[in-house]
Design a protein around this ligand. Structure first.
Ligand code: MN
Length: 358
């Protein structure tokens, strides 16, 4: 298991590589380039990024994310060209030593919150989701509200070039059935996964966030049953998961430790995003600090489930709260994520040692 942190290059992060390097137990970063969706990630820029990360004595084995062009998700004729570009990007990622690629297949909207800085009683702020408020907003109003609160940092998944198209894209999907969406996904996987296998890059899909339908868009990576269906679309071990306890744990119906055990045993979890969540109702939640005592997930059971399944991939603490007056991209401050990483590493060490002795 390797513990890593997400980091954004090119001055788009308040957190430095040196700060990450000084955080105990962190071996590397999950990072990305800002390249318009659908274009090939240039090898020279990847090499420069890898060198920058390595110079800080950190590894760059995980990329999060290479976004998938909407034409692939829509199943349009142009998808073949974008799939070719995706494959070219995979080859360049391989050339700089990338081992795991986190991506998502969510239509139009990557993730949604009603508030990026919801104040808690202790003065910290968290990202919050109130279903009624999100449903009332039209997505571009939500985009304005979210970007207005992002502290000047880009929000992954809410890139400006996406927003212009958003209303038309949402309209398009109103006629796309879930079955058709699965087919488009399979088409992508069958083209990509053999290449990923050849290049030894684990493909790790991120679940839909939140894990229920919004604005009439098909949502498919939401629960155990759907994840089974997804994994069966292409049976290679390289067709795997980024298991995000924050996203999947937003649904009270998901038994997170049971899902980790099941998919972990099958060797299909390559990357884990670990975070707690506090449910206010079945469709309202606050993101929470990582500890079991701070939310509704039993993080001991979560880490135990991963440990038991012989998990050998990457873990990062998912979003953190904003604490101690830090100014950073929502969810991606240093302080709370560093606390989360230490807590998770402590759980891992204790469980690992005890399970050897029991
Ligand atoms: Mn996540």
């Amino acid at each position: 298991m390797k513990m890593i942190l997400r980091w954004f290059p090119d001055g788009d992060d308040s957190v430095t590589l040196q700060q990450i390097r000084q955080t105990p137990g962190i071996s590397g970063v999950a990072t990305c380039l800002k390249i318009p969706v659908g274009e090939v990630w240039p090898l020279e820029r990847l090499q420069a990024l890898r060198n920058e990360v390595n110079d800080a004595q950190l590894e760059m084995e995980v990329i999060e994310s290479v976004n998938i062009h909407e034409d692939i998700k829509k199943g349009l004729d142009a998808r073949d060209r974008y799939i070719e570009n995706y494959i070219a990007t995979l080859r360049n990622l391989h050339a700089v030593g990338v081992k795991c690629l986190c991506y998502n297949f969510m239509p139009v909207i990557d993730w949604a919150r009603s508030d990026l800085a919801f104040p808690l009683e202790d003065g910290s702020t968290v990202m919050a989701y109130r279903h009624d408020e999100v449903v009332k907003l039209n997505p571009s109003t939500m985009a304005d509200a979210m970007l207005g609160k992002s502290g000047g940092y880009s929000l992954p998944g809410w890139e400006p070039e996406r927003l212009g198209q958003m209303a038309a894209d949402i309209e398009f999907y109103q006629d796309v059935s879930v079955e058709k969406y699965w087919k488009n996904m399979k088409y992508f996987l069958d083209a990509i996964v053999p290449i990923a296998e050849e290049l030894d890059i684990q493909m790790a899909i991120h679940p839909d966030d939140p894990p229920w339908p919004l604005y009439g868009l098909p949502k498919v990576i939401t629960n155990a049953e759907n994840i089974h269906e997804f994994l069966a679309l292409n049976n290679s071990r390289y067709n795997g998961l980024t298991f995000c306890t924050g996203s999947l744990g937003s649904s009270v119906d998901n038994d997170i430790p049971a899902m980790l055990r099941e998919f972990g045993k099958e060797g299909r979890i390559h990357f884990a995003h670990l975070r707690n969540v506090r449910h206010l109702s079945p469709k309202d939640f606050d993101e929470a600090a990582h500890l079991s005592s701070c939310g509704d997930l039993d993080m001991f059971e979560v880490v135990m489930a991963l440990c038991e399944s012989g998990f050998n991939g990457y873990i990062r603490p998912d979003h953190g709260r904003m604490i101690w007056g830090e100014k950073a991209r929502p969810g991606y401050g240093l302080y709370d994520r560093a606390l989360g990483a230490s807590y998770l590493l402590g759980l891992w060490e204790a469980i690992d040692i005890l399970s050897g002795r029991l």
